[in-house]
Design a protein around this ligand. Sequence first.
Ligand code: MLT
Length: 394
Amino acid sequence: MVKINKNYNALKESYLFSTTARKIREFQTQNPDKPVIKMGIGDVTKPLTPCVVKALEKASAEMGVAETFRGYGDEQGYGFLREAVQKYYKKIGNVDLDANEIFIADGAKSDLANFTDLFSNDNVIVIPDPVYPVYLDSNVMLGREIVYIEGNEANGFLPMPYEGLKGDIVYLCSPNNPTGAAYNREQLKIWVDYAIKNDMLILYDAAYEAFIEDDNLPRSIYEIEGAKKCAVEFCSLSKTAGFTGTRCGYTIVPNDIVIENKSLNKMWLRRQTTKFNGTSYIVQRGAEAVFSDEGINECYSNIAYYKENAKIIAKALDEIGVWYTGGINSPYVWLKCGMDSWEFFDLLLNEAQVAGTPGSGFGKCGEGYFRLTAFNTRENTIEAMERIKKIFKK
Ligand code: MLT
């Protein structure tokens, strides 16, 4: 008889963004004349940039010609893309990576979830609250013990390690999803030192690094001395380059990390070569173009557009005196809604036709808060904030 993985019983019935999407769909079906402005899931609205499209077209054409056609790709991703990632790290943070430390992925989400395969289920997992739900759900699926570290207004939603913190693996996300808060160098150094001293592994999600504008905020954890001994970094082109639908990311597994005499890098290679056949050649060529000088300029100009939207959101909240954080080094604005966050979701949807994400969907400490994204168009962002202002003024 087939036996299911009973750990799934401990999960919420559906994934956070599936639940919000269903509620929006239902509202839209019942109210077809009231278009909803979506500021919930962090999906981009700007199309791929011209140099990326050119690279994708060229690579597609190559695939239709016998001489340039490619079948299965290189195991960790094509050399041309790993070299481009190497140069990017050197440029953004003066970080040196070996090519074999870079694994090309189909985004950060899958690698963040799949990396759990490498560890025994009796590890204790430290998870900040609130945080991107994938870290929690993928460990709950394996029945692991979870220890939460609390983010709140007092610590700027940036929990730090404390003496006696029990745990083997900790997830950190900076700039943070959902709060937009970001660790500075001194704070990350404390995390790295704590991890080394306590034999802890840091799984570091850097998916929003391209939004950082403050020089004191590291773009990569490897800017911090010692991080190569204790941290794996995950990154994605979804928000950097509008690849939410195109799918490409990369994971850095340093050669220096050896646990119980096993190289984590070699274990990840073994796992990936068994379970993953790589990101398509065409997409990897598009990703290579992102890292060209032209690509970086084009993508950063889109990011500047989104950050201007974030300023519009922040200004509107200032006008009505609503507490918020984020929105400067991040596309997310985290505001205090002052009520049950799912009720606030329904209120905004029904009364203003604006969709955001309830803070409690990211953890208990998110209750009473709400996340808005800056990824919509300028016009929609302005319109949404006018509507939200009216709700708060009521
Ligand atoms: C989010 O809205 O939190 C993200 O878009 C989700 C993701 O990147 O998977």
